[in-house]
Ligand binder design. Structure first.
Ligand code: 5CA
Ligand code: ZN
Length: 409
């Protein structure tokens, strides 16, 4: 699949700082010290509805990770998937009497437009589940051969007992796992499973549903977790730097993915850091396609909201916090954008030499975007009140905000 166009990232004077970020598996801050090439996998959308502010907030977090790395002069190998075959997609297509492929293509195209408008850096490899199937089948066959998987009425399940590290990503107890598994695509109640938590690797073809050739597995379609594992192993290999997604992916998705990969390779860990963004809510509940309480990026854009203001709305919240979208959040961002634009539109201003370091320091400290915004606010306030005579300053501020926060002033 093709991704979306990249916006330029200006080079800043000096060199950025190494990223310290919260890792769900260890429960603390880790210094991610990638080699010259940083490797990151970010779970992509299931394209049955448009990009909402929750998605945008999560992708914003991982965009910041990359901007910090770029500032340390590293190259980035960035992979993202599109879950373009899964139950929710088929259910939505059936509900609307639409072809599921058309729905997936349309919503993926809209997602690309939204990401472009928000100036999110594109992945180098943007891979759909359907196109990954030929790589998924041999992995599932290998898991069957090694005894890490078993067949139940034609469906293939992964045995969580096959991974000695199972449970280490989310750190949850068995009861919490069972509840979340039922809530998030698992089938803990299905009789005949070795462990209620065991996730499906390959679903045998169902009447009236699309299916693909599965070699010795028979025709069917892939489970959700193995999709991301196959794509990540293919393009990044084991031990990549960051696996990212919203906090609702910690269990079961990232837990199961780590287990699949461990069982396949005998190596540990799958990712060096598992990084999770908080949930954005609306009217007291998590924004979700299934609940339908959504504010779409594309709706705001079509109403004439500047994408830079949408991005500033996201940046005003720490990525790990759960927060609520409100009209006030957007109003504050619109006002901030106007203040910043006015402040950089003069030929000179207060010195900005400390600002670059302040923004670097804030972001390298677990992506503290609100602290970065506060630093720029202080410079803009100084510009408004006393002004300054440093001729290059507005340009430096503008390039810093562009390079590190993805906002074009
Ligand atoms: N296709 C899978 C990942 S492989 C998936 O979870 N797709 S999704 O469309 O449901 O979500 C895409 C990303 O947005 C995930 O990282 C998810 O955790 C995140 N996300 C979904 N809802 C919210 C929300 N309300 N707030 C923040 N992030 C969210
Ligand atoms: Zn995923």
């Amino acid at each position: 699949m093709h991704a979306w166009p990249a916006s330029d990232v200006p080079a800043l004077p000096g060199k950025g700082r190494d990223l310290r970020i919260h890792d769900t598996a260890t429960g603390g801050l880790v210094t991610v010290d990638p080699g010259p090439v940083a490797r990151i996998y970010v779970c992509g959308i299931t394209p049955y509805d448009a990009t909402h502010l929750g998605h945008a907030a999560t992708y914003n977090a991982f965009d910041l990770v990359q901007r910090v790395w770029l500032d340390t002069k590293r190259q980035i190998e960035y992979v993202q998937n599109v879950t373009d075959i899964d139950d929710p997609l088929l259910e939505r297509a059936a509900r609307d009497g639409e072809d599921w492929t058309g729905l997936a293509e349309r919503e993926t195209a809209l997602f690309r437009e939204d990401m472009t408008a928000l100036r999110m850096l594109p992945p180098r490899h943007y891979i759909g589940a359907v196109e990954a199937i030929p790589g998924i089948v041999p992995l599932v066959e290998r898991l069957c051969d090694s005894g890490a998987a078993y067949v139940l009425d034609g469906d293939v399940y992964f045995s969580v007992e096959a991974d000695p590290h199972f449970g280490e990503v989310s750190g949850l107890d068995a009861e919490a796992m069972r509840l979340l598994s039922a809530e998030r695509g698992g089938d803990p109640e299905r009789p005949g499973k070795k462990n209620p938590l065991d996730p499906m690797l390959w679903m045998a073809a169902r009447e009236g549903e699309p299916s693909w050739e599965g070699g010795s597995l028979g025709p069917g379609r892939p489970g959700w977790h193995i999709e991301c594992v196959a794509i990540a192993l293919d393009h990044l290999g084991m031990g990549f730097d960051v696996q990212g997604g919203g906090s609702d992916l910690a269990f079961p998705h990232h837990e199961m993915g780590a287990s699949h990969a461990q069982a396949l390779t005998g190596e540990h860990p799958f990712a060096k850091a598992y990084v999770h963004a908080g949930m954005v809510g609306l009217d007291g509940a998590k924004m979700s396609k299934s609940k339908g309480n959504l504010v779409f990026v594309s709706t705001l854009r079509h109403e004439g909201v500047d994408p830079a203001a949408i991005r500033l709305s996201l940046l005003a919240h720490h990525y790990r916090a759960d927060w609520e979208w409100t009209g006030q959040v957007l109003e504050t961002a619109v006002a901030r954008l106007a203040r910043w634009r006015a402040a950089v539109s003069r030929p000179d201003g207060p010195s900005a030499s400390g600002l670059v370091e302040e923004v670097r320091e804030a972001l390298s400290n677990d992506l503290d975007a609100p602290a970065a915004l506060a630093a720029v606010d202080r410079w803009a306030a100084l510009q408004e009140t006393t002004g300054g005579t440093d001729e290059g300053a507005p340009g430096v501020v503008s390039r810093t905000v562009d390079a590190l926060l993805g906002v074009a002033l």
